[in-house]
Write a protein that binds this ligand. Sequence first.
Ligand code: SF4
Ligand code: SF4
Length: 152
Amino acid sequence: MQNNETAPFWETKTLEELTPQEWEALCDGCGLCCLNRLQDEDDDTAPIYLTRVACHCYDINAGQCSDYANRFKRVEGCMGLTLERVAEYDWLPETCAYRLRHQGKPLPSWHPLITKNRNTVRPHGMHALNPVLESDDLELEDYIVDTFSDDL
Ligand code: SF4
Ligand code: SF4
């Protein structure tokens, strides 16, 4: 058993206590937050539907944003996660590492911080949904998918 001095930061620290580097490392790279969502624009209490249409700036083959450093300039709707937003965004996937730690839950066994392998996230992230890249001729309604709810 590990004590607090030897246990990794993602087990011992709260989100508030993470350094900027640890905050970045916590992301599992699932890409689920880079998928388009649909909601009735006149009702912000309406259900939010996940689609398998990835942001046009996402590199599906590489499994990451194609321009992470400039993402906020490139895509109007791209919003970085902050402490406040993790608490606020109830549409984040249940597997999102920030959501889990905000709820005081452990990371799943497939998280790359635990496996030391970025590819272990693929069966649990965007790639499991057979994503397509956003384009003008796609109707998002045709690409609605179920969220992962029991994947931890
Ligand atoms: S859903 Fe969470 S863990 Fe997955 S890519 Fe987005 S921020 Fe990272
Ligand atoms: S700009 Fe990059 S990080 Fe932002 S939603 Fe698009 S792919 Fe994801």
